[in-house]
Design a protein around this ligand. Structure first.
Ligand code: BG6
Length: 473
């Protein structure tokens, strides 16, 4: 058997894409709560001022799939598939509605008590992200988001409260979802609204520094509260950047592009800014403002494990001409790889790239890895109470094969949680029709539908995968 006996199989969602109940029990607004769906969402993500000044017809996060009320039924279905782990996030504005309060909101805390109890009932280990694209909106409008150093203090307070509260219920924690997203969609990653006359890189990397310090402070708090019983991870939107050709200039460009994503994990895992940052910052005109003690905190509290999402590899060239007609499938700028097919949303599909990525991550850090997102967003058709999603099974089978190959290569892997194990709202487009789940949710892009859950064909397939610990794919 290639995978360890205690391999953590499961699925993942995020609070803002699933819970709905956006104002219930004292919850404050998260930054995603002002985002619409479809084309308008793309516009708002890169120009959040538009969203701050517009009233839209429909806000997908407001109701999402109503997980806030249906979690019992949903967790039961996950238990039926044999989940050993369930990844979700805590909504920060449910606990601190504006983000800068001194005292937490008890009703918000009680919800997660119930949710984690429900997981425990079935022996499912929760894997909890502290911040998944839903920083309290007030911290953007009042403080300017993560550009403001004060957010470190607010985040640390929030982290301490939930780490203490759930210390007997949750072992695995992630400090920030896809921390490198800050460089690609700064509103999602850092609640940042960048002004036209600003050096965008300066704002983003300063905000990154604040998050990196905050992440280490959360790790410090975790170790003080529960010692080695807690496992703290970072989370990278991963995907190796390939050079377009074997031209040395393309290769050097790929090295630089890879460093832009590894930068975050280099700091979180090794505890210091990597040697290449001096030159990188100089060329970008970036000067990081640090306070006394920052470097010590980073050094003393690195993460225990490296988690990451993987949807695709990326492709780069040193020749700017090549970027004419480049694919913009997801948030990461990438050329079209002629060897790969793409999903209906233009995301290129590269199972072997997962093995490449895992090997490189493990070679670089030598810490356990955890795949916490992977999957295919596709249009599903509900027919006779089910969905024949062979395309999803095919996608996952090919990725799992490569995941197992990477383990055979010697990579230490803690687990695998497929993304959107139950259909949820898409983060990038706000659509419901971009579905990832084994469980179909009857809700459309406009929020219409019964909300009823149906098992897709992939439900039984994944159940078998877990039952056989990946032997039967
Ligand atoms: C990751 C995010 O970037 O990709 C998730 O962590 C997101 O929140 C996932 O849902 C898939 O992206 P999308 O846009 O298809 O939902």
């Amino acid at each position: 058997m290639a995978l360890p006996k205690d391999f953590l199989w499961g699925g993942a969602i995020a609070a803002n894409q699933a819970e709905g109940a956006y104002k219930e029990d004292g919850k404050g607004l998260a930054l995603v709560d002002i985002l619409p769906s479809g084309e308008k969402r793309r516009e708002a993500l890169w120009n959040p001022k538009v969203a701050l000044n517009t009233t839209y017809d429909h806000y997908p996060s407001h109701e999402a799939i109503d997980f806030y009320h249906t979690y019992k039924e949903d967790i039961k279905l996950m238990a039926e598939m044999g989940f050993k782990v369930f990844r979700t996030s805590i909504s920060w504005p449910r606990i601190f509605p504006n983000g800068d309060e001194k005292e937490p909101n008890e009703a918000g805390l009680a919800f997660y008590d119930d949710l984690f109890d429900e997981c425990q009932k079935y022996g499912i280990e929760p894997l909890v992200t502290l911040n998944h694209f839903d920083t309290p909106l007030y911290l953007t409008t009042e403080y300017g988001g993560w550009r403001n150093r004060k957010l470190i203090e607010f985040y640390e307070r929030y982290a301490k409260v939930v780490l203490e509260r759930y210390k007997d219920k949750v072992k695995y924690w992630l400090t920030f979802n896809e921390i490198n997203m800050l460089l690609h969609i700064p509103f999602f990653g850092g609640g940042l609204v960048i002004e036209e006359d600003e050096n965008e890189d300066q704002v983003k990397f300063q905000a990154a520094h604040h998050q990196l310090v905050a992440s280490s402070l959360a790790t410090k708090a975790a170790k003080e509260i529960n010692g080695e019983n807690f496992m703290i991870g970072c989370m990278l939107a991963a995907g190796e950047v390939y050079p377009y050709s074997c031209h040395p200039e393309d290769m050097m460009k790929a090295v630089e592009e890879n460093r832009k994503q590894y930068f975050f994990i280099d700091v979180q895992s090794r505890g210091e800014y990597p040697s290449y940052t001096d030159r990188m910052f100089k060329e970008l005109g970036v000067e990081i403002e640090m306070e006394q003690g920052d470097e010590e905190i980073l050094k003393q509290y690195p993460v225990d494990f490296i988690s990451f999402s993987y949807y695709s590899s990326r492709l780069t060239s040193a020749d700017p001409e090549m970027y004419k007609g480049a694919t913009s499938g997801n948030a990461f700028k990438s050329l079209k790889n002629p060897h790969l097919k793409a999903s209906e949303w233009g995301w290129q599909i590269d199972p072997l790239g997962l093995r490449v990525t895992m090997n490189n991550l493990y070679d670089r850090y030598q810490k356990p890895l955890f795949i916490v997102e992977n999957g295919l967003g596709a249009k599903d058709e509900l027919k006779d109470g089910t969905v024949e999603d062979d395309y999803r099974i095919e996608y996952m089978r090919e990725h799992l094969k490569e995941m197992i190959e990477a383990v055979k290569d010697g990579v230490d892997l803690l687990g695998y949680t497929s993304w959107g194990c139950i259909d949820i709202v898409s983060a990038g487009t706000g659509e419901m029709k971009k579905r990832y789940g084994f469980i179909y949710v009857d809700r459309d892009n406009h929020g219409n539908g019964t909300g009823k859950r149906y098992k897709k064909k992939s439900f039984d397939w994944y159940k078998k995968v877990i039952e056989t610990n990946g032997e039967k794919l």
